[in-house]
Design a protein around this ligand. Structure first.
Ligand code: AMP
Length: 403
């Protein structure tokens, strides 16, 4: 039994065929990527059974991309029609105030996702494209939307409300929505079992540090704060995004810098963060530059760590007592320097890393704090696709039981 997971972007579609019962560290049964949609040269990559096939061909739109990818899978005998696929899970970035739980997709649900486009003008249209194409190609399988914002839908108002004019905020649906919710939920749900606590008595901080980065404070299974906001631009310093900045910088860039709104959008989303300060956004390259005494790389790293520690400190206060701090995603799972520097010298707050455990290679969920650390520090690999696959399978099963 498998779920097909689709993550559709503006010029690419990622997909996986996953057994929802598999464990987080295992490879998906099939994974694929359709790239450069709408450009003269496109590419479809399929990974299965330790082999990788790449096909170079123009992909004019999402429909053709998924059609071709599915046909390639059919040739290998592993097409969606040839396998026992019980659900298709779609990653949808913005669920606004409408969706907190995964939703069985119907025409009215697609309409509601469409109404949320003003909140995610780059992401939701691409997600809808993926949904429409996949529903057309696989009409007999239940499709389920899983929202990046869903986990944070019920943040306490004090954490969700921005201190800007309430009327204007309401007219424009401005509030903190939070993102990476599937990952924060997946990782935070595993922590109590690993540290031997009841989920309803566990206070924790989750640090999702990938190319995008966010953190959350989770009290007894429910998030009470998170670093991303109305958009995924807020909070931590990221690979190419600036994270929190003084909003006055935007007026300054318009008035003094002569930039228009699209230029600023591009600047803060794609040309800032670690890349904006050092020229690279991959932490492996950043480390190599730091080792070569590159001053810009060192500055970028220090700004990144400083901001991360700010958030950790403020979430410790928000939670009052912290049982666990967990690192996840590409940087969090692999970069021992980031983990060490994020939590160095915090013994007086009960946080003490074990250098050897911290330096061990990434190999599944593990504790990296010292035995006498009051706060447990963990690395828990995230697997958003698996989480979406599981949610989609559950919704489809419930639907099947009702039908
Ligand atoms: P993600 O968005 O979770 O896929 O994370 C991607 C980022 O993880 C990359 O841009 C790198 O900065 C980082 N990353 C991946 N592998 C490593 C590694 N072995 N060491 C340090 N950083 C890594």
């Amino acid at each position: 039994m498998y779920s097909l997971v689709i993550n559709s972007g503006s010029s690419s579609v990622k997909f996986q065929i996953v057994d929802p019962a598999s464990d987080a560290a295992s490879e998906p049964f099939v994974s694929g990527l359709v790239e450069q949609i709408g450009e003269p040269a496109g590419r479809i990559t399929i990974k299965h059974g330790g082999e990788k096939d790449t096909f170079e061909l123009p992909v004019p739109n999402h429909t053709v991309g998924l059609q071709k990818a599915f046909a390639m899978l059919d040739d290998k005998g592993i097409g969606p029609g040839q396998l026992d696929i019980t659900a298709v899970g779609h990653r949808v970035v913005h669920g606004g105030m409408v969706f907190s739980e995964p939703e069985l997709i119907s025409d009215p649900v697609v309409e509601k996702i469409r109404e949320l486009i003003p909140l995610a003008p780059l992401h939701n249209p691409a997600n809808i494209d993926g949904i429409e194409v996949a529903r057309e190609l696989l009409p007999d399988i239940p499709h389920v939307a899983v929202f990046d914002t869903g986990f944070f839908r019920h943040l306490p108002p004090a954490a969700a409300v921005y201190a800007i004019n309430a009327e204007v905020a309401s007219q424009n649906q401005i509030r903190r929505y939070g993102f990476h919710g599937t990952s924060h939920e997946f990782v935070s749900s595993q922590v109590p079992g690993i540290i031997g606590r009841e989920p309803e008595h566990t206070r924790q901080i989750v640090l999702h540090l990938g190319n995008g980065a966010s953190c959350s404070a989770v009290e007894n299974g429910r998030p009470i704060d998170t670093s991303m906001g109305l958009t995924p631009l807020a909070g931590l310093v990221m690979g190419t995004r600036c994270g929190d900045i003084d909003p006055g910088i935007i007026f300054h860039l318009v008035r003094q810098g002569g930039l228009d709104i699209d230029e600023i959008d591009n600047l803060l989303n794609r040309r800032s963060g670690v890349k904006g300060l050092s020229g690279v956004n991959d932490f492996r390259e950043l480390r190599a530059m730091i080792d070569n005494e590159d001053k810009d790389a060192f500055m970028a790293y220090n700004v990144y760590i400083h901001q991360l520690r700010r958030y950790i400190g403020s979430y410790m206060i928000a939670l009052g007592r912290v049982d666990a701090i967990t690192f996840t995603a590409g940087v969090g799972e692999n970069d021992r320097f980031v983990r060490w520097d994020a939590l160095e010298n915090l013994e007086m707050y009960g946080i003490k890393l074990d250098a050897e455990r911290n330096a061990a290679p990434n190999d599944g969920p593990r504790i990296i704090s010292a035995d006498d650390s009051a706060v447990k520090v963990l690395v828990v690999p995230t697997n958003e696709e698996l989480a979406i696959a599981q949610k989609a399978a559950r919704v489809a099963q419930r639907q099947g039981a009702r039908a």
